[in-house]
Structures are given as C-alpha cells and as structure tokens.
Design a protein around this ligand. Structure first.
Ligand code: UDX
Length: 437
C-alpha cells in the first residue's frame, strides 16, 4: 500500500520505517526541514536501536521517502497516518493544534478515497473532530463532490529502546473503525504481523490507549508505594515484587520499584486522561494518586542521599544515568534530570555519566554539571555514587576500583540494580529503594 506518515518524531519514524520494511511505499512528511534534510541523508534524529539501519536499507530499496510536502504525499497515498505530537498544556489538557492543522491540510488534498488514521495518543472524541474538520475543509474551495474518506484510530504501544520489536511483534494491534472498508484496509495492512487484532469503534480504541498506559503507570506507582511500606517494616520489595508477580493475573513486568516513571508518554498521557475524564464528568482520583506517588519518589531519593552523606551543600555527587530509562537518549520528564536540578539547588556539585543522554543533558545543564566519560570518572573524588537509570553497563562494575575512587564508599541505588548484601560485604554503605538490607 502507499502510506503517508505525517510527523517524523519517535512514533512516526518507527511506524514509517516498519511499514516500509513490511513492503509498503511510505512517504514520511514533517514541517521541520532540518529534520527532513538529515533523514534524507539517512541520519535519524533520535537514538532507537536498529532504526537507523532500517531507515537506510528501506531508502536504498526505494520504499521510504522524506519530504516537507504534505500535498503531494497525501495525493499519491491510499492511507494517511497522523503521528504529530500532542504535548500537554498547563492544566494537563493535550495540545491538539498540530492535529487540527494537519487535518485541514489533508482535507485539501483528498483527490480520491483516503483512510486517515490517528496514530498519535489522543483524547477520546478526537476522531470525531478530525472527521468534522476534514469534511468541512474538503468540501470547501468550490469542489462539488464530497471527498470520500474514512477515519480510524490505531494507537501505538511502542516502548522507547524496543520500539521496532514492539511494532513487529505486538501483543495486539488495536483498530478503531467506522466502516467495513476501513476495517478491511487495516486488517490487510497488519496481516504480515500475524498478531491478535482488536477491532472496535474509534472511541473505544482511543480509550484503550489511555487505559493501557495508565494501568502500566499504576502498576509502577503501586510497587513504589509498597516499597515505602517495606522499608518501614523491614521487608524487601524485590522479594515482594517476585512473590506477587508470579501470579499470572498480576504479571512480573512493571513491578520494579525505583525512581518511578518518566518519559514523553506516561506523564503526558496520565495528565490527558485525568483532564479528559474530568471534562466528561468523572474525577479520576485513582490516577491523580498514581501521579502523586510517582512525584514522591523523587523526594524519597533526595532524602536518602542526604541521609547517606549527611549534608548535601558542598558535596560532590557522582550520578549514573540521565535518561528516563535505559537504551534511550530521551531525557523528557526523566527523574534524573529533576533530581539533579534539586541537588544543585541544595548546593551539591554533580559529576554525571550516561551512555547515550549526555548530549541532550548538556543542552539543559550547560556548564552546571561535570560530564564524565565513564562510571569511574563520575566516581572519582565524589562523596557518593547515585544510580538514577538502570543501564546494563552500570550493573557489573569493579567495586574494588570504585571504592578507591570515591571519597567515601557510599552508594545510593535509585533503581535497585545492586545486591545490597554483596555491596555491603565489599565495605560500602548501601541504600536502595524498599530493600531490607
Ligand atoms: C510507555 C509504554 O510502555 C508504551 O506502551 C507506550 O506506547 C509509550 O509509553 P516508554 O515510556 O517508552 O513506553 O517506556 P517504558 O518502558 O514503559 O517505561 C516508562 C517509565 O517507567 C520509565 O521511566 C521506566 O524507568 C519506568 N519503569 C518501568 C519503572 O519505574 N518500573 C518498571 O517496572 C517499569
């Protein structure tokens, strides 16, 4: 099929590259000329394992193209996927202006039947607005014929760092449609994945996305709340998480206590879902509490650091991890960024290392922190070492060497990546999250 992808951010680029890899012809469009120029050279603007190679290969084989021209791309496509950003406004309400503008542009270029698909995470009823906008703008301009099009909702469930795998091997594909024609086109498009497909109406598909992310975030806040109780009574959160996670009805994933969730999705989607629910007349207290617990994890880690090194002012703190999770360079809403900011406000000097996110963090902290080339440089001369992102490369380190480099052998493990007993036996003071030791 011929597909236009509007918005070559994280979701649009992965979606476009994967559709091309499945044999479709894909036209990726973005208004950011700089981004498009770099993509045309096969240089992708985000770090996502395997994505750059996939884009390059499909470019060579003539299946994926990049341009800033919505007009020509829409005209030659059967389907248009809207993948533009829906950032949070002040009160949590998602900003849908880009979505509306793109809908108008699409409307003006419907030269034959098109299937227009919402891929961006949007509040329920957005599909109806897209439909109304396209109807209004496609009929305008004196064209007598009513443009034939359908709207659909096809939410993404991509995790940063594993996005290609999540696209190619999804637990399920969700399609919200209003017509047989739209349903058959999307069933045909996703056939090569041979994954379970949930066919529903557009509003249910929009809710499925919000409910899915909110449930995952709730699991994380639940285990973080339990970790606080564990600490107060001397239980161990890792053993509790294992003990409940083996129950298939609960499941082991998303039960890792730590600094909580960050990233460009969970915080934004939760705020949007709370706002949307309240606009529909329901006060979503449960989700508000999920957010409160998540915010509180940052207070907890600051408190732990202060307990571990006494006074924070004037101290040097070695920080491992800046990204919101491993295998990404994304620092949006990343707990480490907020925690470092607060430590600096309290007078600490920061020496930071992250395998991928240093460049992006430098744009935020500029000369306010020291950027180290590896774990051991971050530890050298520091009063303690604080783990804020659970990168694999932090897990197996030379503790003997670390001990010599630190001013005092103190580790605060915000992601519970070390074994407390082992680290203590090596002579360190260890603090984790919800750990018995
Ligand atoms: C999430 C959803 O998983 C994905 O389905 C959706 O499409 C987009 O949002 P992403 O934000 O990329 O994906 O990362 P994810 O792996 O879900 O982690 C989100 C945050 O939760 C990270 O900050 C991570 O550190 C944290 N997390 C995750 C925990 O604190 N504990 C866990 O057990 C799992």
């Amino acid at each position: 099929m011929k597909i236009t992808i509007i918005g070559t951010g994280y979701v649009g680029l992965v979606t476009g590259a994967c559709f091309a890899d499945l044999g479709n012809i894909v036209y990726c469009v973005d208004s950011d000329r700089g981004k498009i120029d770099s993509l045309k050279k096969g240089k992708i603007t985000i770090y996502e394992p395997g994505l750059e190679e996939m884009v390059r290969q499909n470019m060579e084989e003539g299946r994926i193209y990049f341009s800033t021209n919505i007009k020509s791309s829409v005209k030659k496509s059967d389907m248009v996927f809207i993948c533009v950003g829906t950032p949070s406004r002040e009160g949590g309400e998602p900003d849908l202006l880009a979505l509306e503008n793109v809908s108008r542009e699409i409307a003006k270029n419907i030269n034959n039947y098109k299937l227009i698909v919402e891929k961006s995470t949007v509040p329920v009823e957005t599909g109806q607005w897209v439909k109304r906008t396209i109807s209004a703008f496609s009929a305008s301009g004196g064209k007598d014929r009513k443009a034939k099009f359908d709207i659909a909702c096809n939410p993404e469930f991509l995790r940063e760092g594993t996005a290609i795998k999540d696209f190619m091997h999804p637990d399920r594909v969700v399609i919200g449609v209003e017509s047989e024609r739209a349903k058959n086109i999307l069933l045909d498009l996703y056939k090569p994945l041979s994954a379970p497909i949930v066919v529903t109406d557009i509003k249910s598909a929009e809710i499925i996305k919000h409910a899915s992310n909110s449930f995952l975030a709730m699991k994380i806040s639940f285990i973080n709340a339990i970790s606080v109780i564990c600490e107060k009574v001397g239980a161990d959160i890792k053993e509790v998480a294992r003990g409940i996670g083996l129950d298939k009805r609960i499941g082991r994933e998303f039960l890792n206590a730590g600094l909580g969730f960050g990233g460009s999705c969970f915080p934004k989607d939760i705020a949007a879902f709370i706002h949307m629910a309240e606009k529909a007349g329901y006060r979503f207290d449960l989700l508000r509490e999920v957010r409160n617990i998540n915010e509180n994890q940052k207070d907890i880690i600051i408190e732990k650091i202060s307990k571990a090194i006494w006074n924070i002012p004037g101290k040097t703190i070695g920080v491992l991890g800046l990204s919101f999770k491993p295998d990404t360079d994304d620092i949006r809403n990343a707990p480490p960024m907020d925690i470092i900011k607060r430590l600096i406000e309290q007078g600490a000097k920061i020496k930071a290392y992250d395998p991928k996110a240093m460049k992006k963090a430098r744009k935020v902290f500029k000369k306010g922190i020291t950027y180290c080339k590896d774990i051991y440089s971050a530890a050298k001369g520091s009063d303690c070492l604080v783990v804020l992102t659970d990168w694999n490369e932090f897990k197996e380190i030379d503790f003997k060497r670390l001990k010599k480099l630190l001013k005092q052998p103190v580790i605060v493990d915000g992601r519970n990546i070390y074994d407390p007993y082992r680290v203590k036996k090596l002579g360190f003071t260890y603090t984790g999250i919800g750990r018995r030791a």
